[in-house]
Design a protein around this ligand. Structure first.
Ligand SMILES: C[S@@+](CC[C@H](N)C(=O)[O-])C[C@H]1O[C@@H](n2cnc3c(N)ncnc32)[C@H](O)[C@@H]1O
Length: 246
């Protein structure tokens, strides 16, 4: 049976139960993840940080069997949904873990070991007391830069104008930044749950695809991160209702 989210088909369908897989990554190692050991082969690795219900990553794992995928989110309930759908689609190139995006990069991702890092609609945090929880900070971007293999790619997207203004100011310091106008050609109604809701509400969605600057060393990236401002922008509380829905 085809599942729908806000009228948009969810990628893939459940396969017969004997082909279900186990997408839960429950125990993190003390150090770096060993990608070939985790997925049983050598393949480019795609990360989705704050993956929510896994909509983008499940679609990517289905469309790109040549790539291995790991999604993390701090909310156990969304990871439960993501795992269930991933398992039922019989995907062996997909794992989900309950974990913060920054923590994943800082403790568990070896330098230059992943091909793509996606970050769709990071939580803007409207309450001033929670602003320090925002994912995209200069230190986070230095970790993203360190995690990417040469030629690696970052995708970042939000419907929050304040967050986007910040992203446009800081991301180009570490990455070659290409803003993408219009919708995703592979998913005009939205790649992710939040994007579908924002698009249906006719909110602008801002997105960019970036490549790590090759001439920036790890030490230089860390020094830049120390000098750049933290994300203290006003997230505009009027957008908060949409968050409750998403
Ligand atoms: C607005 S939702 C977007 C979810 C999904 N990417 C989408 O576009 O539909 C933001 C998600 O980020 C998660 N989140 C918040 N802080 C995080 C962090 N530090 N690391 C990982 N996930 C985080 C939240 O639990 C939530 O699922």
């Amino acid at each position: 049976m085809i599942e729908r989210e806000f009228g948009v088909p969810f990628p893939g369908e459940a396969v017969e139960q004997s082909k279900w897989t186990q997408t839960a990554l429950k125990a993190m190692p003390d150090g770096h993840l060993d990608w070939p050991a985790l997925f049983g082969r050598q393949a480019p690795v795609v990360l989705d940080l704050g993956c929510g219900n896994g909509r983008y990553l499940i679609g990517s794992a289905l469309a790109r069997p040549t790539h291995d995928h790991l999604g993390v989110d701090v909310l156990p309930v969304v990871i439960r949904y993501a795992r269930k759908r991933g398992n039922q689609r019989g995907l062996a190139n997909l794992k989900f873990a309950v974990l913060g995006g920054r923590e994943l990069l800082e403790k568990h991702v070896a330098p230059h070991s992943v091909g793509e890092i996606h970050c769709y609609h990071p939580q803007p945090y409207y309450d001033p007391a929670k602003v320090h929880l925002r994912l995209v900070t200069p230190q986070f971007l230095a970790l993203v830069h360190r995690a990417l293999a040469p030629g690696g790619r970052v995708v970042i997207q939000t419907d929050n104008p304040g967050y986007w203004k910040y992203v446009r100011a800081v991301v180009p310091v570490f990455f070659d930044f290409r803003e993408l106008p219009g919708r995703w050609p592979d998913a005009p109604k939205g790649r992710t749950r939040r994007e579908i809701i924002a698009t249906q509400k006719k909110l602008p969605v801002f997105r960019a695809e970036c490549n790590a600057k090759l001439d920036l060393s790890e030490a230089d990236a860390l020094a830049l991160a120390e000098a750049l401002p933290p994300p203290t922008f006003d997230a505009d509380r009027r957008l908060r209702d949409l968050d409750r829905l998403a």
